[in-house]
Design a protein around this ligand. Sequence first.
Ligand code: ADP
Length: 472
Amino acid sequence: MDGLDINTMQFMSTAILLVLSILMTILWNENREQPGAGYWCAFSVLLTIDTIISCFPEIRNMESAVYFFNIVASYFYFFLMLGCFKFVGLNINKYFLLLLFLGCAALNGIGAILELEDGGRRSIIVGFNTIALLLSSYAVIRLDQRVYLIEKYFLLILLILHLLIHAYWFSLGFDISNTNEILFTRSVTPMYMLLILITIALLLLTLGQIRHQLELTRNKGLRIRAALTDAVRETNVANISKSIFLTNMSHELRTPLNIILGFSEALKMGVTGPLNDKQKNFVDNINFGGRRLLELINDLLSLSNIEAGNLEMTMEKIPIGDLVSESKNELEKIGKKYSCVIYFVDNFESDEKNNYISANRDRLSQILLALVDNAAKYGSRNGSIWLNSFILNEKYVRITIKDEGHGIGKEEFQNVFKPFNRAGIDSKAVEGTGAGLAIVKGLVEAMNGKINFESRKSYGSTFWIDLPYFTN
Ligand code: ADP
């Protein structure tokens, strides 16, 4: 192999290393959190710079600069070693590292001052590089993850071959006499080949690491999904058990409760003879408590059915003109009970009245009664309630229920639809269980509708429901 061949090889190695270091930089840039990739990127970039400079022996071997380039060359081996340690997860003593980096710079500096002959200069650089290669090999041997098995042995073989070249140079005592010079020069080319292959091995390890990480993330995702499916299944089973339990319990509770209510009614009516005032008061309390308990049980059962999706809903076509009017009598009874006036305002154009919603009549009536009951209950005595219905947009028809009551404080807004939460109302002041709106919300949503409200303390509240409508 003559001089020209070596130069051609040198240029080719440089071009390949340039491409590899660009790839390494891209990989590191995309996956900065990957351990080791940053150091290996520094290794490949410094190696490429050194190789580029080596293409110009007149610069590389310039008297004043040769020791500086030696430091650069040793430092990229140090980065190779650091990357290997980081990749494997081994710690390296920071004082040792400092000693290595500073010692390398210092010894090369001393060499420059003493103007050592070539053999001495080379022994400094090869000495440091050998330490870095030995430590890198140690780190790679400690890599015990099976996923990197091929890459591990590939890199290890390359490092050992590299060390063998160093051993060969040591055996020559860096003596560049006639024959040895040729051998020495010839071994430089294989060394560049080795460095290229080492860079490729590092690239493969980095890629393997990314692939491994992706697989871990994917497996984690699959495990989470499986756990979620299990949790959902368990929750469903628990929900079904809860519903069965509640249905049975409420049946068991309602039977004795109805006996209590029945007999207390009978006592009130004087079936067993007239009652004195004290007895009347006691019986009233029994009856009141019993009714409240029954209400609570019924609410509990409704909520549990809604949660478990056990609502019986036979959907019917209800013309939007009839949405409120069908419940008008019942709603007016509520008005009478609380001495309020209810105004029914229907804003539909005559052609709009033919549009219809798909809903269950009884449930719709239950929703309106509950909302109007609240408007009356929390409204002002002898006040007014407005029921307004109109087409909201091309999708929904809206019914609003507006009262002039004490309103709801902003701080309680988030509690209004929570089951058994009375949004700050004192239970003794106003009768109720706090379940009504949670049930209403469940029913509205089961009909694909929406419910919301606006309220201002001391000014009153407006609740509304939006139901999807269809054109005939
Ligand atoms: P309940 O009326 O049994 O307490 P609801 O679920 O119907 O239960 O209502 C929850 C809470 O929301 C009520 O306790 C009350 O504080 C508040 N609320 C509901 N409707 C109105 C309204 N029209 N005006 C003021 N507050 C209301």
